[in-house]
Design a protein around this ligand. Sequence first.
Ligand code: PEP
Length: 251
Amino acid sequence: MTAPITPLIAGNWKMNGTSVSLGEVRNLADRLAAGTPPRCTIVICPPATLLERLSEIAGPAGIVTGGQDCHTATSGAHTGDVSAAMLADAGAQYVIVGHSERRTNHAESDATVRLKALAAMAADLIPIICVGETEAERDAGEAGSVVVDQIAASIPAEWTGKGIVVAYEPVWAIGTGRTPTSADIAQMHLTIRRELETRFGERGSAVRILYGGSMKPSNAAEILAIANVNGGLVGGASLLANDFHAIISAV
Ligand code: PEP
């Protein structure tokens, strides 16, 4: 029998946060210390500029950290980029790859995302591999096939190391306040689970599949209760300790 999956709640700060934002992490740490132990792994992915300082505050509170992206290479002439090894050196244990904002704004293909996931694993990081359909693709009835294709091409067959996390993030739900119906989330997460099991057998049954896209305190409990939803990737609502703690408590 497959062991139960410990849920994961990951905060993606995107390009938000300066030194003053570290106060939110101290605030979150205080709330966690004052309450019952969380029933999930908690990850915060701040901008790279805050990663090391945030990791120092987060670590003792049982919060782990991650990067928001990494380069495919270990080092070299890539001005402005950050390698997976650099993120690990700054305290990260996870890294988001293939976020839709990277796929759209930086023209990242599935092939690039796959190479980034491999780079993450080589640096001993767990990649959070993002997939999700656009609104036009959903309206055309193509959501399932788009996500299955992204999974096939973005997740390395030679997946090794500490594992992978998959985040299903419908592009049209990110930052919009809109979410799919619970039935649609359940259907997509089941599709993803079947795909992972077909490809990776028992290892595929143990992969965490996160939902992401306008998760907030008011809808977290309902979404997190859906079968095969093993946590959330949270953007806007992860910036304030109050909201992020409420989502963690909804697990
Ligand atoms: C995200 O950026 O991954 C995300 C899910 O954002 P939001 O929660 O703000 O929709």
